[in-house]
Design a protein around this ligand. Structure first.
Ligand code: C2G
Length: 133
């Protein structure tokens, strides 16, 4: 039985868009099992982000994506080392807008930053929806 390479990533994933899907799809190709730490509404406040969709809705949407195998709560900035140990993650992945920010995790597992999808973001999405009225 080959080892299931377990990938771990984190995010808010509000108003799901192609940038999120590209990230999740490419993360999954790095291994066999993709775990996503989904920012709670409370943690989003700490990130100075407010999401349109509730945590429960964002979680249900993520769980419906074929690349995603497991979704858990991201409640704070400093749970990643414990999560990597708890879930036996083999590779930590984030979009490269976070380049270098999570290098401290290299003591636990390889850290990969994937190219961010250009010209799309939740903020852009929200503004387009606003202007579409
Ligand atoms: N992303 C991307 N391309 C975009 C937008 C987002 O590749 N156009 C990636 C981000 O780099 C991130 C993931 O999609 O890896 C989720 O993005 P967000 O929901 O914006 O997450 P973020 O607010 O960056 O939260 O502890 C880490 C934080 O929870 C990350």
């Amino acid at each position: 039985m080959i080892n299931k390479l377990k990938i771990i990533t984190y995010g808010t994933f509000d108003l799901l868009h192609i940038g999120h899907i590209n990230l999740l799809k490419r993360s999954k190709t790095l291994g066999h099992y993709l775990m996503v730490g989904l920012s709670t509404d409370e943690f989003n406040l700490l990130k100075h982000k407010s999401s349109i969709l509730s945590f429960e809705d964002r979680k249900t949407i993520l769980e419906a994506i074929k690349y995603v195998d497991f979704v858990f709560q991201e409640n704070s900035w400093n749970q990643k080392i414990d999560d990597i140990k708890k879930y036996n993650a083999d590779i930590f992945v984030m979009g490269d807008d976070w380049q270098g920010e999570f290098d401290y995790l290299k003591t636990e597992c390889p850290v990969k930053y994937l190219p961010r999808t250009s010209k799309i973001s939740t903020t852009l999405y929200k503004n387009k929806l606003k202007n579409a009225k």
